[in-house]
Design a protein around this ligand. Structure first.
Ligand code: ZN
Length: 477
C-alpha cells in the first residue's frame, strides 16, 4: 500500500498550486518528457496517442468539407517571408534561422517555418490562373518552430505539432464563409469530442493574426479560471494575394486578386483537455478522445480462472478501446495508475464477481461504482461511456458559466478580474488604447468579441465613451 500511496501523493493538489499540479500530471501520466533541447518536449505514447485521435477526428471533419492534405517544405527563404510586411513583423521575434548548409554559409538565410502562409501563397501564385482553378482547400499536418523564451508542456513549446489549413477563393464572401465554417468545425469538435465548451468570436485588431484581415477564435476556460485560445481561423482578404501576386482570370476574362484563409489547431489543445477535466488524482479523459477507454483490472489474478475471464471480457468488449492490466502490480497500484492516466472506465473483476456473473465498473470522473451483469456488459459500457462524455461537457459548461461575470465600470471590472478568476464580459469602445490600459492595469486581455453579443451597458468599461461591442476579457495562457 505504501507504494500505491506514493504515486498519488506525488501530485500537488490543484488548489495548492495549479501550475505545479499541471506539470505533475503531464509527467506522471507519462504524456510527455523533457528533452535535452531547451523548450522542446517529447510526446510519449500516452500523449501522442491523444494527438493521433485528435488528428483522426479533425482530419475526417476537414475532409467532409472538401479539404485535401498536402505537405510543404519546413524551410522558408528569407525573401519569401519578407513579402507580406505585417506577417514578417509579427513573426520576426520568434523565428529560428538556418545560416549554414554543412560548413558553407548560405547565400540566403532560411527560416524554420513558424507557420506556412508564405509557402502556400508562393504555391498558389503558381497554380492558380483561372476561376476554374478555384477554390483550393489545402491542409497540412506538420510541426512548426517558434523561438519562445518561456515554455510549458503543450501550452507553449519551441516546436509543436499542429495542422494548418490554407484556402484560396475567388471572392471575399467565399473566403469569409470558409473562415467561419472552419471555426465551427473546431468548436463542434471541441464540444463533441473533447467535452470542452467554446466561446466563438472575433479577435480585436490588437489580438488578430499578423497579416490577417480578421481573426476568429474559440476560447475555453480552464479549471483555474484562466482562458485558453484553442483554435483560430483567419480571413486574409486579398492582402496576401496582392503581396504574392495570386491572380486569376474571372468568367469575363478580367484579372482578379484571390481571397484567402488559414486556420489552425495544435497540441496546445491537449493542455486544455488536461486543465478543463483533470482532478487531484490526475488526468480525466473524455471517452471519445481517450486512447484507452476501458482498463480491465483483474482482482486476485493468481486465482484460477480470473485472468482467463478478464481476457474473455476484453474480447467481448472489442468494440471499445480496451486493455487488461495483468501486470504483477497490486490492484491498488493499478487503480492509481489508471486514474492518473485518465482512462474513463475501469472494470474490476475477481473470483466473487465471476461467481456472481458480474463485474464492477468504476467511472473515472465521478468514481461511481456500477455493478453490471456480464450478460449486459457490452451495452452497459457503451451507455456509461456516453453518459460520462455528456456529463463531462455539462460539468465544464457549468464551471465556465459559474466563472463568467459582467462588469459595467472599471472598478468593478478590475475587482472581478483579480478576485474571481474567469471571464468578465464588458463593453468596449473599439479603441486600442483602452485595451492596452486594461491589460496594463489588470493583466486581462480581450479574448474575443463573441458572435452572441449582449448589451451590458451603453459605454466602454474603460473610458466611458459610447461602446461598440461586448468583449470577453480574461487572463490567458
Ligand atoms: Zn474605451
Amino acid at each position: 500500500m505504501a507504494k500505491d500511496k506514493k504515486l498519488v501523493e506525488a501530485i500537488t493538489s490543484m488548489e495548492e498550486d495549479f501550475a505545479q499540479w499541471y506539470t505533475d500530471v503531464v509527467k506522471k501520466a507519462e504524456l510527455i518528457d523533457y528533452s535535452s533541447v531547451r523548450g522542446c518536449m517529447i510526446l510519449r505514447p500516452n500523449g501522442y496517442a491523444i494527438w493521433e485521435n485528435i488528428q483522426k477526428e479533425l482530419d475526417r471533419r476537414f475532409k467532409e468539407t472538401g479539404v485535401e492534405n498536402v505537405y510543404m517544405p519546413m524551410f522558408i527563404p528569407e525573401s519569401l517571408l519578407q513579402k507580406e510586411k505585417d506577417h514578417v513583423e509579427g513573426f520576426a521575434p520568434e523565428v529560428a534561422w538556418v545560416t549554414h548548409g554543412g560548413l558553407e554559409p548560405l547565400q540566403e538565410r532560411l527560416c524554420v517555418r513558424p507557420t506556412s502562409e508564405t509557402l502556400f501563397c508562393d504555391l498558389y501564385s503558381n497554380i492558380v490562373q483561372s476561376y476554374r482553378d478555384l477554390p483550393k482547400l489545402y491542409n497540412q499536418w506538420c510541426s512548426v518552430v517558434r523561438w519562445e523564451k518561456t515554455t510549458r508542456p503543450f501550452l507553449r513549446s519551441m516546436e509543436f505539432l499542429w495542422q494548418e489549413g490554407h484556402t484560396v477563393h475567388a471572392t471575399a464572401d467565399e473566403a469569409e464563409e470558409r473562415t467561419i465554417q472552419m471555426l465551427n468545425v473546431y468548436a463542434d469538435f471541441c464540444e463533441q469530442v473533447l467535452a470542452i465548451p467554446m466561446i466563438k468570436g472575433r479577435k480585436t485588431d490588437k489580438e488578430k493574426f499578423a497579416g490577417a484581415h480578421s481573426t476568429y477564435t474559440i476560447e475555453a476556460l480552464m479549471h483555474d479560471g484562466k482562458a485558453l485560445q484553442s483554435g483560430t481561423s483567419h480571413n486574409f482578404g486579398d492582402g496576401f494575394a496582392q503581396a504574392f501576386g495570386i491572380q486569376y482570370t474571372d468568367k469575363e476574362n478580367k484579372l482578379q486578386y484571390a481571397h484567402q484563409t488559414s486556420w489552425g489547431m495544435s497540441t496546445r489543445i491537449i493542455g486544455a483537455v488536461i486543465m478543463v477535466h483533470g482532478d487531484d488524482s490526475g488526468l480525466v479523459l473524455p471517452p471519445r478522445i481517450a486512447p484507452t477507454q476501458v482498463m480491465i483490472i483483474p482482482i486476485a489474478q493468481h486465482k484460477e480462472g480470473v485472468l482467463e475471464k478478464a481476457a474473455e471480457l476484453s474480447s467481448k468488449l472489442g468494440a471499445y478501446r480496451v486493455k487488461v492490466d495483468d501486470s504483477d502490480k497490486s490492484p491498488g497500484w493499478k487503480f492509481s495508475e489508471q486514474e492518473m492516466r485518465g482512462i474513463p472506465l475501469r472494470i474490476e473483476i475477481g473470483p466473487k464477481d465471476i461467481e456472481a456473473n458480474q463485474a464492477v465498473i468504476v467511472r473515472r470522473d465521478t468514481r461511481e461504482k456500477i455493478i453490471v451483469s456480464l450478460d449486459e456488459i457490452q451495452v452497459r459500457v457503451g451507455e456509461i461511456l456516453e453518459t460520462m462524455q455528456l456529463e463531462m461537457l455539462e460539468r465544464a459548461r457549468k464551471h465556465r458559466d459559474e466563472h463568467t461575470s459582467a462588469a459595467t465600470n472599471f472598478t468593478a471590472f478590475a475587482d472581478k478580474i483579480t478576485s474571481e478568476p474567469g471571464f468578465v464580459k464588458a463593453m468596449w469602445c473599439g479603441d486600442r488604447a483602452c485595451e492596452d490600459e486594461i491589460k496594463e492595469k489588470t493583466g486581462a486581455t480581450s479574448r474575443c468579441m463573441p458572435f452572441e453579443q449582449e448589451h451590458i451597458a451603453d459605454t466602454c468599461v474603460c473610458c466611458g465613451k459610447p461602446a461598440k461591442s461586448m468583449v470577453y476579457w480574461g487572463k490567458a495562457y
